[in-house]
Design a protein around this ligand. Sequence first.
Ligand SMILES: [Zn+2]
Length: 485
Amino acid sequence: MSTPDARPLVLRGGTVLTMDDAHTVLPRGDVLVVDGKIAAVGERLDVPEGTQEVDATGGVVMPGMVDTHRHMWQTAMRGYGADWTLTQYFVWYYLEHGKTFRPEDVHAGNLLSAWEGLEAGVTTTVDWSHGLQSVDHAEAAADALLAVPGRFVLAYGNIQAGPWEWTADPAVQAFLKRRADEGKLGLQLAFDVTGDPAFPEKAAFEVARELGLPVTTHAGVWGATSDASIQLMHDAGFMTPETVYVHAASLSTDSYHRIAASGGSVSVSTESEQSAGQGYPPTWQVRKHGIPVSLSMDTSVWWSADLFSAMRTTLGADRSREHLEAHVEGNTVTQVHLRAEQVVEWATRGGARALGRDDLGSLEPGKTADVVLIKNDASPVSFPLLNPYGHVAFQAQRGDVHTVLVGGRVVKSDGRLVGYDGAAVRSAVESTVEHLRGAMGEETWQAGMNPAMPEDGDDVLDNPYTYTDYKSEDTHGARGSLFGD
Ligand SMILES: [Zn+2]
């Protein structure tokens, strides 16, 4: 991963959001970093001789953000699916063109995505890598992540084969063991549970258990996974505290109780749920059950790797739901439940907790120095800085990210990425676009980007998983009411 810069570094005089247990805020604080760790947080700190100083006055110093679910391989198609629904996404990647990706295409997407996250102050990203059709693809994915000085978790997946098939492959297991021994990347297994009562995914959970890897799974996704999936995992004892339930949107209260009781966490991709249709962004539900939350951006085929956007849209979706429900009853909301402080916690510490990384997510002595400075003196949006959580959630944006440290190493400085060879990344991504476009033909390529307007009688996809014939209406039953369970 990243080697810390040899010199100690201090960020001086910023508004420091420590995100410690008490959520201590220092209005004019310093953060001292030595040997890749936070050495001290306080006011007017004494620092070792030769310490590099970064002027943080007028800015916000906070922990690096954590994205717990992003399909980084798809970043080479940035923005292509802006007008897609989940069905169109499934058809494009799962049924038709996902197979077109070569190892170098996965590499190109991951490289671009990895730099993009760092640029936005996201220091840790889970690469929900479900395009790994072969171990060569997996090597390419891992190599790209290791070429960028961020912190990454490779969540190994393959939408082209059943989880019980690819997890049984000795070459896949050997890859996972070797990469685990190297210790440079975090690792998870990434697969979905269709709800088939035969529960073929059981074998994949067993491999995860044998290898000691957490499982991340798309749960509560309209038309794909449902309460039946949670029930199967529950009955077989696979709901563990390190399990991450992505979206968890179209679920019943029983499923939320099970997630809460097992100590698992939910990765909310609000922008995705709003546009694609997995279900209503679930924070309004999961917060009632006390389920830990982290935030994620899902895929740059629609959205960018920008957790400012995730925080903002999560506040909006939760509050919008609350207002609408009150209005239906003839009431009004006088105090909103979800606060800016909470989404900043989810974007930082929530992600660290979901990944079992107690050393990340807060600025406290002894913790790993993943640090972000938001400061843009040239911007009229940078002042007055009255409510720092509100400022981060609603006012700041990726262009305001001034400095980023990963394990004490400076990876963005004065608004510019350090060591980023933009020409090389661009050239790799352009080759991938050229390959995909050529393989599909121009007409198919254009049609994919510009989906037809809806017509009566359009088919509902029963199940996007090509590796199984299992289908169930359970994944797309009528909800009965907008506002009920
Ligand atoms: Zn996803």
